[in-house]
Design a protein around this ligand. Structure first.
Ligand code: SAM
Length: 280
C-alpha cells in the first residue's frame, strides 16, 4: 500500500503538534508495527484507537489486518486520515469526538474490541480509569495496549510493598493483568517529549481477582493511599464508619499500611465497608 511518508502528511496538512492535545507523533514504522504485534492484532481484529493523529499507528493496525474504529479530537487530522481510509477501503472509521465523552460500547455496537492507542499524556490516566471502571464487566474490550509515560507504567504494574504501589496499581490489577511490553525513547517522536514512554498490555480478567463493588473499592483505596504511610486504623478513619470494625471485618491487621496490602485485601476492606453501610 503506497501512502506518503508521515512527515509529508504532517507537513501537507499543517499538523504542527498541539501541546494541549498531548500530540507527540510516532513516526517510526518498526515501532508502530511492534505495538500492533504486542496488542495481538491480526486479520479480523476489531480495534478501537484513541487519537490516530496523522495515522502512523493506524496504518500499522490496518496493515496487520484489523478493522479500526478511531476517535480523534483534532479536526485537522480527520482530513489527513481520509487518505489512510482510501488505502484500506471500508476498514477505517474515524469519529471526530472527545474520547473522554464517547460511549464506546454504543459506538462499537456490542462488538468486543482490542483497544490500542498512543495516548495523549494529559488524559492517559483519566482514560485508563474510565475504561477500567466500566459498570458492565467484562467490558467492551478484551485487552488494552496503551502507551504511557514510563513513571505511570511503573505505578500501573507495581506490586504491593513497592513504593510506586498505589491507587492506579489497585485499579489496574483488580480486573485486568497489566504487563509492560517495551520502552520507547523520546527520539522516536515528533516533537520529542522530555520523557521515556512505555507500552503496557492489559489482559481483561473475566472476573475480578476478588469481588467488591467498584464504588466501595474506590472509597477504601482513596482513603488508604491519601495517607499511605499511616497505619490503616488511622488512615481509614475519615470514611464515615467505625474504622476498627471496618478493618476487623476484613480480617486485616489494623497496624498495616496501604502500600503493603494486596488487591484482594483491598477488596476485603471494600466488602466490609459495604456490610457496615448496609447495617449488617
Ligand atoms: N496515534 C498518533 C501517533 O501514534 O503518532 C498520535 C498520538 S498523540 C500522542 C495523541 C493523539 O490523541 C493526538 O492525535 C491528539 O489529537 C489526540 N487526542 C488528544 N486528546 C484527545 C481526546 N480527548 N479525544 C480524542 N483524541 C484526542
Amino acid at each position: 500500500m503506497s501512502l506518503p511518508p508521515l512527515r509529508d502528511v504532517i507537513a501537507r496538512y499543517g499538523l504542527a503538534a498541539k501541546k494541549s492535545l498531548g500530540q507527540n507523533f510516532l513516526l517510526d514504522l518498526n515501532l508502530t508495527a511492534r505495538i500492533a504485534r504486542g496488542a495481538g492484532v491480526g486479520p479480523g481484529s476489531v480495534v478501537y484507537e484513541v487519537g490516530p493523529g496523522p495515522g502512523g499507528l493506524t496504518r500499522a493496525l490496518l496493515e496487520a489486518g484489523a478493522t479500526v474504529i478511531a476517535v480523534e479530537k483534532d479536526d485537522r487530522c480527520i482530513e489527513a486520515l481520509a487518505e489512510v481510509d482510501a488505502a484500506w477501503p471500508g476498514r477505517l472509521t474515524v469519529v471526530p469526538a472527545d474520547a473522554l465523552k464517547v460511549d464506546e460500547a454504543e459506538l462499537l455496537g456490542g462488538t468486543k474490541a482490542l483497544v490500542v492507542a498512543n495516548l495523549p499524556y494529559n488524559v492517559s490516566t483519566v482514560l485508563l480509569a474510565k475504561w477500567l471502571s466500566q459498570p458492565v464487566w467484562p467490558p467492551f474490550f478484551t485487552s488494552l495496549t496503551l502507551m504511557f509515560q514510563r513513571e505511570v507504567a511503573d505505578r500501573i504494574t507495581a506490586a504491593p510493598g513497592n513504593k510506586e504501589f498505589g491507587r492506579l496499581s489497585v485499579l489496574s490489577q483488580w480486573r485486568s493483568v497489566p504487563r509492560r511490553l517495551f520502552d520507547i525513547p523520546p527520539s522516536a517522536f515528533v516533537p520529542q517529549p522530555k520523557i521515556t514512554s512505555t507500552v503496557v498490555h492489559f489482559t481483561v480478567l473475566p472476573e475480578p481477582v476478588a469481588p467488591s463493588e467498584l464504588r466501595d473499592l474506590k472509597t477504601v483505596v482513596d482513603a488508604a493511599f491519601n495517607q499511605r504511610r499511616k497505619m490503616l486504623r488511622s488512615s481509614l478513619k475519615g470514611i464515615g464508619v467505625d474504622s476498627e470494625k471496618l478493618i476487623e471485618g476484613a480480617g486485616i491487621d489494623p497496624t498495616r499500611r496501604a502500600e503493603v496490602l494486596s488487591v484482594a485485601q483491598f477488596c476485603a476492606l471494600a466488602r466490609s465497608l459495604n456490610r457496615l453501610r448496609a447495617g449488617d
